[in-house]
Design a protein around this ligand. Structure first.
Ligand code: CAA
Length: 380
């Protein structure tokens, strides 16, 4: 598959890169240090239509292809990985479920606000006993008149406390396992719904990660997304696309770390010459650049396959796994190249390394990605 962007995709990349480097990158360190939710970044992205890049124009989106969206995530994450995941979760698993599985009424109610940035989306699947194994979730919902009564807790929810609508997975019949899972749209002001503990994390400190509490929460029946018992497939199908987005996030973080390491290696003089003149550093830079290129090819390939309407689940998992493992390796090596300076906050590479780690874990650990890939390989 040729690695050639269309004129529109290049224009999108240049526009997003300009915003990301001029506006987002300069405040990324402060956001990380203060653990502050970067609301102003969302406003800036909304001004350029970036909160709904792949959403059709008829619903208030920019109407671009999925690859343009992926490039957007890459460029935003290169500047501020916290903002990258806020946008990725909002779009891939916060807005797409409504676009694909919502009724026309649900689409009209939510999507223009989500795509315009007035609303922020979130995805509530994970529970304390249902992480890699989401079919085991135990938040319950039972229908009482015109409302679902929801009870249980979600954990590790990206955009928790900041989102306006939560795509939430519950069980309406625990005895049926994954076939009893149902998806509900939970508005932030739903009676009985509240935001619990906020996590203190290693990285991605601008992105809020919280518990959600459902205590006899009353969700209107019309907020059922899709059909009862079909929620697991909704989650799995959405995660396929979401994983390409997280691959793009890893790619952006890796590129940012490589850029700093390369520049530093050219400027840092030891033993009378720039350290880039030493073979030990040259080999590291060559390996880092090669891995980043491979990751980009895999991520863009998966996005193109999605745009072409081809099955892409295996390729999405390959892209997510490889690009995020690359992010971890490249950021670790960037810290190594910068030595003692790399370990200090004066340079951004230690932040990139902390931010990279979670990309190997969320939207399915990289061990789960390998299981998905193997399942497809053996089925073929
Ligand atoms: N698309 C559509 N349907 C799918 C599917 C897909 N990609 N994958 C599986 N299914 C369907 C299967 O066809 C099957 O349907 P039938 O019962 O009709 O045959 C059903 O789902 C069950 O499939 P499996 O038996 O394969 O399911 P499983 O229970 O063994 O789980 C798994 C498979 C891959 C391990 C899956 O559970 C998984 O992906 N786990 C990781 C969870 C995850 O990614 N969590 C991320 C949380 S969100 C997040 O992290 C966001 C963030 O903050 C950044």
């Amino acid at each position: 598959m040729p690695y050639q962007l269309t004129d529109e995709q290049q224009m999108m990349r240049d526009m997003v890169r300009k915003l990301a480097q001029n506006e987002l990158a300069p405040r990324a360190a402060e956001i990380d240090r203060t653990h502050r939710f970067p609301r102003e970044n969302i406003e800036k992205m909304a001004e350029l239509g970036l909160m709904g890049v792949p959403i059709p124009e008829e619903y208030g989106g920019a109407g671009c292809d999925f690859l343009s969206y992926i490039i957007t995530i890459e460029e935003i994450s290169r500047a501020c990985a916290s903002t990258g995941v806020i946008l990725a979760v909002h779009t891939s698993v916060g807005t797409f479920p409504i676009l694909y599985f919502g009724t026309e009424e649900q689409k009209q109610k939510y999507i223009p606000k989500l795509a315009g940035g007035e609303f922020l989306g979130a995805f509530a699947l994970t529970e304390s006993n249902a992480g890699s194994d989401p079919a085991n979730l135990s938040t319950t919902a039972r229908l009482e008149g015109d409302h679902y009564i929801v009870n249980g807790n979600k954990i590790f929810i990206t955009n928790g406390g900041e989102a306006d609508v939560y795509v939430t997975f519950v069980t309406t019949d625990k005895s049926k396992g994954h076939k009893g899972i149902t998806c509900l749209l939970v508005d932030k002001d739903t009676p009985g719904f509240s935001v619990g503990k906020k996590e203190e994390k290693m990285g991605l400190n601008g992105s809020q990660t919280t518990e959600l509490i459902f205590d006899n929460a009353r969700v209107p029946r019309e907020n059922l997304l899709g059909k009862e018992g079909e929620g697991f497939k909704v989650a799995m199908a959405l995660l396929d696309g979401g994983r390409i987005g997280i691959g793009a996030q890893g790619l952006g973080i890796a590129q940012a770390a490589f850029d700093v390491a390369k520049q530093y290696a050219k400027e840092r003089v030891q033993f009378g010459k720039p350290i880039a003149d030493f073979q030990a550093i040259r080999f590291m830079l060559a390996d880092m650049a090669t891995r980043i290129d491979c990751a980009r090819l895999l991520v863009y390939r998966a996005a193109r396959m999605r745009d072409m309407g081809l099955p892409y689940s295996k390729e999405a998992s390959m892209a997510k796994m490889y690009a995020t493992d690359t992010a971890m390796e490249v950021t670790t090596n960037a810290v190594q190249i910068l030595g003692g300076y790399g370990y200090c906050r004066e340079y951004p590479v230690e932040r990139y390394m902390r931010d990279a780690k979670i990309t190997q874990i969320y939207e399915g650990t990289n061990q789960i990605q390998r299981l998905v890939i193997a399942k497809h390989l053996l089925k073929d």
